[in-house]
Design a protein around this ligand. Sequence first.
Ligand SMILES: *[C@@H]1O[C@H](CO)[C@@H](O)[C@H](O)[C@H]1NC(C)=O
Length: 245
Amino acid sequence: KLLLAYCALALFVLAFFTLACCSLSVFQMMKKGECYFINGTEKVRFVERHIYNREEYCNAKRWNSNPQLMEYKRGQVDTYCRHNYELDAPFSVERRVTPSVSISLVPSSSQPGPGRLLCSVMDFYPAEIQLRWFQGQQELSEHVVATDVVAKGDWTHQLLVLMETPAQRGVTSSCQVEHVSLEQPLRQHWEMPPGRLPCSKVLMGIRGSVLGFVFLMLGLGFYVYRFSSFFFEEIPRWCLRAPEV
Ligand SMILES: *[C@@H]1O[C@H](CO)[C@@H](O)[C@H](O)[C@H]1NC(C)=O
């Protein structure tokens, strides 16, 4: 973390394109000033690069033999690097955005069970972050799948971490985040809501009820059929007297 390679590219870049004759001949001359802040402004290295058509070159012998030029270039560690650091650091090196942490239940499509838990860590800066999953007091290191830290392009990042162990009723799951913007680790807790049956069990219950109802109806129908034929068809026939001859 001490090594902050902070390259100021754009400021010193002199790039000019010369279009000669056809589209084939494009010449590019570039000068880059790079400042490496190894420990804030305490230890700074200044590198100047000269590039012609993607090829780096320098005339070291001529420059080194010019004490005035060398003095001037050394001075740029102050006038250019340190100066720009003071101006830019509040918006870059010292930028801190606190993450927002939320937990959601992801229904599992393949395996039966109550699904998995997803910890979403959104909108933080800088990118360095540490996330841990806990079940009760126990940290889970296996069954945890994380995405890479994604840069959103607006100077914030996001991270998604999935806990594959199914959430258990009565056990609190927590997602803990450590980030330089936080004074102490941020913990988000999650518990299986009481009275809410996991999706697959509800389905199993419905299937069972339907099957039971079908069998009940079949049995009842058969019984009613037997009953009616016994009383309204069979008995009257029994009651008939034998024909008198
Ligand atoms: C970085 O600079 C600070 C002073 O700003 C100094 O106290 C510290 O020892 C330096 N750290 C390293 C690793 O050189």
